[in-house]
Design a protein around this ligand. Sequence first.
Ligand SMILES: NC(=O)c1ccc[n+]([C@@H]2O[C@H](COP(=O)([O-])OP(=O)(O)OC[C@H]3O[C@@H](n4cnc5c(N)ncnc54)[C@H](O)[C@@H]3O)[C@@H](O)[C@H]2O)c1
Length: 430
Amino acid sequence: MERTTGVAGDDNVAARTKVAVLGLGYVGLPLAVRAAEVGLDVVGYDPDEGKVESLQHGVSYVEDIGDNRLSQLTSFEPTSDVHELREFDVAVITVPTPLRAGAPDLSFVESATRTLADHLRPGAMVVLESTTYPGTTERLVADILLDLTGLRAGRDFHLGFSPERIDPGNREFTFETTPKIVSGTTVEALDAVDAFYSQLVATTVRVSATKVAELAKLLENTFRHVNIALVNEMAILAHDLGIDVWEAIDAAATKPFGFMKFTPGPGVGGHCLPIDPAYLSWAVRTELDKSFRFVELAVDINNHMPDYVVSRAGELLNSRRMCLNGARIGVLGVAYKPGTSDVRESPAERMVELLAHQGAEVWVSDPHVIDWNRSPRVEFESLYDALVETDLVILVTDHEEFDYGKIAEFSPLLLDCRNRFDSAAHIAKL
Ligand SMILES: NC(=O)c1ccc[n+]([C@@H]2O[C@H](COP(=O)([O-])OP(=O)(O)OC[C@H]3O[C@@H](n4cnc5c(N)ncnc54)[C@H](O)[C@@H]3O)[C@@H](O)[C@H]2O)c1
């Protein structure tokens, strides 16, 4: 592994290079915008015409990309027309890699690769960024392109994998400042992938094979997932032992070496943590006929956290001679993490479902999420009035926009899943 640091934009390897970005979502749009900002000609292709139209009108749907950034671009063309991909020099695939029935669903990668095949020329470069199991780039993507074009990766065109580490809402580590792992199926491909990304980010990290880069991405997210599961289980046990787990975690975190702080929560969400470890355990099971026990245990613990929160909600109501059935419950924050409107795999979804199943009347309020249709939604402006009419409030996602003083003041009973409040008679921590 080698780390290369340079000044973004100072490498002229590919001036006026035509870059095709396939998939303009949370990963693809920031990449496309950055590439256009450093002067490359960028075509962003997405079959979702609504997204493309929005971008064509200069309106971003990804919170980290402001409309003002879009309006300054002179070489970014969003399109749903595959013909605009013609004569690309570099194509980057940033399409979803979800699970279907617990197994990797690579149908989006396959279809994007087939789309590219129609326009692939000798000497071009293709990079996969979608998170996936080791071997996808050099087997699935290379094979589809060979079958459809007769062009062989490493001989006729460069093929690489460069995982995205974008952390939506994170202002400290952005696309440009987060080191980017780069890989290629040959040394020449690695050099080409490295040269391309060196124009976009401050630091690239070269690894020797695409499957190393693929595994590195899964390791990062599995590491996080497993450690969150550890503190989640510890929170459950500490509650039963009558110990404040948050205080214990803060105390442990004063150790300047050998400890990394993770905090408990109502479950994991988003497009990475609940899904990526399953890609790894699926690959291990399929290729080695072995189980990845750490991953499977962590998935089990994290998936059950919404159920645990609901059981704690029932206990709290019980302590006030109430029950879930008929209780008015307000859920604060339904995005999977603060500062984003992303509700994919959000634990709030399962929690609301479980509460409703028990007969509770649930409303939610989230300053970022306006298209929630799984339960009534209270507008952010009316939130503090709604709190007083509620039997129990559950803080699920601790957005900065919430006024925590007012929430503590107006909530008759509060379950704090994020350690945002000091202990009080009417406030319980997860
Ligand atoms: N969101 C994150 O924070 C994050 C971080 C790191 C890695 N990833 C990984 O990056 C990949 C993309 O994730 P995302 O969050 O950007 O997904 P997303 O759903 O936000 O965006 C994907 C886009 O791809 C488009 N698309 C679907 N099929 C297509 C096709 N055949 N050709 C072109 N476009 C197509 C969709 O319409 C959508 O706009 C996934 O593998 C994900 O695991 C995501």
